[in-house]
Design a protein around this ligand. Structure first.
Ligand code: BEZ
Length: 221
């Protein structure tokens, strides 16, 4: 396994290969590239176990695990806490809220993974990860990144929306407009030749507002 320099890592960016790592998780030891093989992965960090906002967020992820699974997407959490803390918290949430966090949660006590993914942002906290969300495609490419501060919880509807948007854009070679939701029209990329423009002008399915701004409905599956 390649050694990771945790001090000098640039922040990961959209389009980068997701940095690989091995870590201890609530589901046992895990190699990220193996976990990612053949599926989308949402890797998200939370500041600390046994804190209120994190409890609402992670139980929210747990409640939607089947929704993500149906979209070929695996979840994996992370915080700079011990495996014992994670296990106790998962059990506590199961008892108190009746929600079981089955997805692996990384115990990142040495901050190795948090630093690798730019989750440790010292202006916000030197010891706790910010609320990051990485959307990683089945080829291991980072496709979208969210960073939230410690005191603002994430939005599950937005997380689900952008995953659907990423998958829709990839599958259909289209782009998605402001506030796009599944079922709404998508943006057809601008034509790259006069012939493509002519084809578009003749296509009854395309709503052509101008040559660069065209929308269409996707076929319902
Ligand atoms: C929370 O999850 O409630 C929380 C965690 C760290 C800082 C502030 C809030």
């Amino acid at each position: 396994m390649e050694e990771i320099n945790v001090n000098n890592n640039p922040m990961p960016r959209i389009g980068d290969k997701a940095p690989d790592f091995e870590a201890l998780t609530t589901q046992g030891p895990l190699k990220f590239s193996e976990y990612n093989k053949g599926s989308w992965v949402i890797l998200f960090s939370h500041p600390a176990d046994f804190t209120p906002v994190c409890t609402t967020e992670l139980s929210g992820f747990a409640k939607e695990e089947e929704w993500f699974k149906a979209r070929n997407t695996k979840l994996i959490g992370l915080s700079i806490d011990s495996i014992h803390s994670h296990i106790a918290w998962v059990e506590n949430v199961r008892k108190n809220l009746g929600v079981y966090m089955k997805f692996p949660i990384i115990a990142d006590l040495d901050m190795k993974v948090a630093k690798l993914y730019g989750m440790l942002q010292p202006g916000e906290s030197e010891t706790a990860a910010v609320r990051a969300v990485f959307f990683i495609d089945p080829n291991g490419i980072i496709r979208l990144i969210m960073y939230y501060p410690l005191n603002v919880g994430r939005n599950m509807e937005e997380i689900k929306r952008v995953l659907t948007a990423l998958q829709t854009a990839s599958k259909n070679s289209v782009a998605l407009p402001l506030n796009w939701k599944p079922g709404e029209k998508v943006i057809v990329p601008p034509p790259k030749s006069l012939q493509e423009l002519d084809e578009r002008l003749a296509d009854k399915n395309v709503e052509l507002i101008d040559f660069y701004l065209a929308k269409k409905e996707l076929a319902v599956e």
